[in-house]
Write a protein that binds this ligand. Structure first.
Ligand code: OOB
Length: 537
C-alpha cells in the first residue's frame, strides 16, 4: 500500500494527480480504443495494442496457473525486447509485482533483488548474448523463496514463457494505491535498495510528463537505454508513450550504428540518452546516411550534461534538447520545450508538478538562499516516502517529515530551475549507471590477497566518471588482471568492475589514525588527481 500520510494522499487525489488508474486499465483502454495501432516494435516484430493486450491477458492467466498468488513479487530481467512488455503487463494483470532487474545485472545483483523482495519467481529472456538460464540455476540456491523460473526462448529445464499462457480466471484490477512494481535505486550506500511505486503515483508521473514532453498518439519513442531503467520507462519513456497510444520502438543497442537506421525506418520522434551516448550520437550524426529529421526532441539525463555538449545538440542532430534530471525514487525535472536557450543549456530543468516540494539545504538542514548550492530534498505525489522493507535505509534517506534526501547537490535558480552541482554521497555515476563504492569495496575485500580497498570516482571525458580501485594487497604478486577477473567471478554487473586498479602500500590516515571512509576516498582521489581536487561535481 502507499505510504503517504492520509492527508497528503487525500490532497493528491483531490488535485487530480492520483486518478485511480491502474496499469491493466491503461492497456485495456488503448486496446479497446485503437486495437490495430502499433504499440511495440522489436526487430521486425510489430505488436498492436490488441496483440499486446491479448498476450498480457494470456500470460496473466498462465502465471497464476503456475501457482503464483496476487501480491507476490517476480524478478524480471529482459533486454530491450517485446517480451518485456507482455510479461510486465501480464504480471500487472495478475496482481503480481514485477521487480525490475537490468539486463546487465549478474548473479550478485539478481540474488539480492530476489532475496530482498522475497520473490516467488524469476523471469528472464534467452537473448542478449548472456545465458540467463545459467544465472537462474545459481539463483535458485541463493534465493530460497523462489518457486518458479520462466525463460523466454529456449527454456531448457525451466518453464517456457511461451507455454505460460492461459485463459480466464483473472482477478479484478489491482487497487490503484497498491504497489505496482519495485524499481532499484542507484543509491549511494551498499546494495541497491528497492523502490515501491504505486499505480497511482507512477501513472501520474508519466501522464504529467506526457504533457510536458508533448507525447501524443503520434509519438514514436525509441527505447535506446535499458528498458527497465526508470528514465526510459517513465520520463515519459515507453510507459508514457503507451499511455498516450503512441508507438514504442526497442533498440537492441544504443549505438548510432543500431539506433540511426531505426530512427529513419520508424520515424522516431523522441528518445532519451545518457550524456556519453549523446556525445557519441553528436559525433556520428554529421556523416550518417540515415535520415534523422523525424527526431524532434532528444532528452538527455541520468548524469550531468555539460553546457558545452548541450549547445551542440541542435547544430549536430537538428532537434530540440530537453534536459531530464530524475531519480527512480520519484522527483523528475525537465527543461520545458519552449524554455529559452540559456535555461535548456545551463540547467537540469524544474519539477514536473506544482506540488513537488523541493528544498535546498545546508549540512545542518537549513534552507540556503536561491543561487546557493545545497542538498536537494524532495517530497510530492510521485516521490516515495520509504524504501521496501529497509528500516535503516529509511532512517538515513528520509527526513522526519517525509522528504527524500536525494544525495544531490544543486543550486536553485529563478523560476525553480535546478542546476546539478554534484553528489554528497559516495556513489559514482558512470555513464548514468550508479555504482555504490561500498558495494564494490565489499566484493574486492572478499579476495584472499586483498587487505583493504577503496573505490573512488575519476573524471572521464567519455563516461563522465569512471571507477578507480585503490587496493592494498596482502601479496606483492597480485595482478590487476586477477583483481578484475575476480570481480567478474563474483557475478557482478560488468559496469561495476573497476576501470582502473591502483596498488598502494597503505592508506594515508590522519595523525589520530582515524579517517572516515568518505574522507579516505576523497584523499585518495585528490592524491591521484595530483592535488587537483574537483569541485563538488
Ligand atoms: C535516473 O535515475 P537513477 O535512479 O538511476 O539515478 C538518480 C540519480 C540522481 O539522484 C542524480 O544523482 C543523477 O542520477 N542524475 C543526474 C541527472 N539525472 C539523474 N545528475 C545530473 N544531471 C542529470 N540530468 O538517473 C533518472 C531517472 C528518471 C529520469 C532521468 C534520470
Amino acid at each position: 500500500m502507499q505510504t503517504w500520510p492520509e492527508e497528503f494522499a487525500a490532497r493528491y487525489r483531490a488535485k487530480g494527480y492520483w486518478r485511480g488508474e491502474t496499469f491493466p486499465a491503461v492497456l485495456r483502454r488503448q486496446a479497446e480504443a485503437r486495437p490495430d495501432a502499433v504499440a511495440v516494435v522489436d526487430e521486425g516484430q510489430r505488436w498492436t495494442y490488441g496483440e499486446l493486450h491479448r498476450r498480457a491477458e494470456a500470460h496473466a492467466a498462465g502465471f497464476l496457473a503456475l501457482g503464483l498468488k496476487p501480491g507476490e513479487r517476480v524478478v524480471v530481467q529482459f533486454a530491450n525486447v517485446a517480451d518485456f512488455f507482455s510479461v510486465v503487463f501480464g504480471l500487472f494483470r495478475a496482481g503480481l509485482v514485477p521487480v525490475y532487474a537490468l539486463a546487465a545485472h549478474r548473479l550478485a545483483e539478481v540474488a539480492h533483488l530476489a532475496r530482498r523482495s522475497q520473490a516467488a519467481a524469476y523471469m528472464a529472456g534467452d537473448h542478449a548474448g548472456f545465458d540467463y538460464r545459467a544465472l537462474a540455476r545459481a539463483l535458485k540456491a541463493e534465493a530460497p523463496t523462489l518457486r518458479h523460473v520462466v525463460i523466454g526462448g529456449d527454456a531448457q529445464e525451466f518453464t517456457a514463457l511461451e507455454a505460460c499462457v492461459g485463459e480466464g480466471g483473472l482477478p479484478g484490477d489491482p487497487d490503484p494505491s497498491a504497489v505496482a512494481f519495485l524499481q532499484i535505486s542507484g543509491g549511494s550506500t551498499g546494495l541497491p535498495k528497492l523502490i515501491p511505486r504505486t499505480h497511482d503515483d507512477y501513472i501520474y508521473s508519466f501522464r504529467a510528463s506526457n504533457g510536458i514532453c508533448g507525447v501524443t498518439q503520434e509519438t514514436v519513442y525509441l527505447v535506446a537505454l535499458p528498458v527497465a531503467h526508470n528514465f526510459p520507462m517513465s520520463s515519459p519513456g515507453h510507459m508514457g508513450t503507451l499511455y498516450a497510444g503512441g508507438r514504442v520502438v526497442l533498440a537492441p543497442a544504443p549505438s548510432p550504428e543500431v539506433a540511426f537506421p531505426l530512427i529513419a525506418q520508424e520515424k522516431v520522434t523522441l528518445t532519451g540518452l545518457v550524456p556519453p551516448l549523446a556525445l557519441l550520437w553528436m559525433q556520428a550524426a554529421p556523416g550518417t546516411p540515415h535520415d534523422l529529421s523525424s527526431l524532434a526532441v532528444l532528452q538527455v539525463g541520468g548524469a550531468k550534461f555539460t553546457p558545452e555538449a548541450a549547445r551542440r545538440v541542435r547544430p549536430t542532430l537538428g532537434c530540440t534538447l530537453q534536459q531530464v534530471f530524475g531519480m527512480a525514487e520519484g522527483l523528475v525535472n525537465y527543461t520545458r520545450l519552449d524554455d529559452p536557450g540559456d535555461i535548456v543549456i545551463g540547467t537540469q530543468g524544474r519539477p514536473i508538478s506544482p506540488d513537488d516540494e523541493v528544498l535546498v539545504v545546508d549540512d545542518l538542514g537549513h534552507p540556503v538562499p536561491e543561487g546557493t548550492a545545497g542538498h536537494l530534498l524532495a517530497r510530492g505525489a510521485y516521490t516515495i516516502r520509504a524504501y521496501h522493507d529497509d528500516p535503516s535505509a529509511n532512517a538515513r534517506s528520509f527526513t522526519a517529515d517525509g522528504f527524500y534526501r536525494t544525495g544531490d547537490i544543486v543550486r536553485r535558480l529563478p523560476g525553480g530551475y535546478l542546476e546539478v552541482r554534484g553528489r554528497a554521497g559516495d556513489h559514482i555515476n558512470r555513464a548514468g549507471e550508479k555504482i555504490s563504492a561500498e558495494e564494490v569495496e565489499d566484493h574486492l575485500i572478499a579476495h584472499p590477497a586483498i587487505f583493504d580497498a577503496a573505490i573512488v570516482s575519476i573524471p572521464d571525458p567519455a563516461l563522465g566518471e569512471r571507477t578507480c580501485a585503490f587496493v592494498i594487497p596482502r601479496v606483492k604478486t597480485l595482478k590487476v588482471s586477477e583483481v578484475k577477473a575476480f570481480m567478474r567471478r563474483r557475478g557482478i554487473a560488468e559496469f561495476k568492475v573497476p576501470d582502473q586498479v591502483v596498488f598502494v602500500d597503505a592508506f594515508e590516515t590522519t595523525a589520530a589514525g582515524k579517517v572516515s571512509r568518505k574522507e579516505l576516498r576523497a584523499r585518495l582521489r585528490a592524491g591521484f588527481l595530483g592535488g587537483q581536487e574537483e569541485t563538488a561535481s
